[in-house]
Design a protein around this ligand. Structure first.
Ligand SMILES: N[C@@H](CCC(=O)N[C@@H](CS)C(=O)NCC(=O)O)C(=O)O
Length: 270
């Protein structure tokens, strides 16, 4: 689609692609719909692999040439880009019964903080691991730095989820309430194997984050928002995918192991 798709006459046009940032938007819309919120959206794929985000028609909607973005024909054609901005826009104008956000000011502020953490820290760090894993020049130091940061961030989420004897969701009184804060993190947390090279990292090292992710991925709206054909779903449907992921990331650690071996040999020789 290098030309603009037909514009809807009403409702919201959503421009996206099934990447973790794009999925945040489809999950948000599908969750709102499954919770009974009256929001109508039409989905348009913008193929990021073919550079369609840089087409002129698209940069008029999303000046930073990224998905997701929306145009709201029911509100004077308002254009909103950046997944976090889309959450806040939907919260303000559509989710007026607080299904995915909070009436209480303090809780709303906490939700916004967790949305920003997902969007400014977890997403970019995990995204960097993904990006570098496709680079033939194999930048080991950068890769290690980003993986370490992703793991540190998992620790931040893990700690939050252990508070008060265990929370079910990131924000909200008691055990919390599912909100945009959770959506801002889940599409990245679910691909933890790809972000770390370790297929069992969540279950083994971050049990509360793992339980949280399973809880969220079982939700009706979340399942609808993440299509079967999406990259990670496809990968996981293939036998031996765990081994494939580990092998694909071996280059990050293999020289370390060789160095460790050298150090040990030298020590033994002394
Ligand atoms: N902070 C942005 C990140 C958006 C983003 O990085 N989108 C990527 C896909 S995950 C994209 O559009 N890449 C296409 C390109 O750079 O041309 C958000 O949360 O919306």
């Amino acid at each position: 689609m290098s030309n603009a798709p037909p514009t809807s006459s009403s409702g919201i046009d959503l421009y996206h692609f099934p990447t973790p940032n794009g999925l945040k938007a489809t999950v948000a819309f599908e969750e709102l719909k499954s919770l009974g919120v009256d929001v109508k959206y039409t989905s348009h794929f913008v193929n990021i692999m073919k550079g369609e985000t840089r087409a002129e028609w698209y940069t008029e909607i999303s000046p930073n040439s990224k998905i997701p973005a929306i145009v709201d024909h029911d509100r004077n054609g308002a254009k909103v880009w950046e997944s976090g901005s889309i959450f806040l826009y939907l919260a303000k104008h559509y989710d007026t019964s607080y299904k995915l956000h909070f009436e209480n000011d303090q809780e709303e502020a906490e939700m916004i903080s967790w949305i920003f953490l997902g969007n400014t820290a977890l997403g970019p760090q995990a995204g960097a691991v993904w990006g570098l894993s496709h680079h033939p020049e194999k930048q080991r130091t950068a890769m290690k730095t980003h993986i370490a940061e992703v793991k540190r961030l998992y620790g931040v989420y893990e700690k939050r989820l252990t508070e008060g004897g265990g929370r079910e969701y990131l924000v909200g009184a008691g055990k919390g309430k599912f909100s945009f804060a959770d959506i801002a993190a889940i599409t990245w947390v679910r691909i933890a194997p790809m972000s770390t090279g370790d297929p069992t990292i969540l279950a083994n090292s971050f049990p509360n984050l793992f339980a949280w992710s399973e809880r969220i991925l079982a939700r009706e709206g979340v399942k609808k928002g993440i299509p079967e054909g999406e990259y990670f779903n496809q990968m996981r449907s293939q036998e031996g995918w765990e081994e494939g992921i580990k092998k694909g990331m071996e280059w990050v650690w293999e020289e370390d192991e060789a160095e460790e071996g050298d150090k040990k040999r030298k020590k033994d020789e002394l």
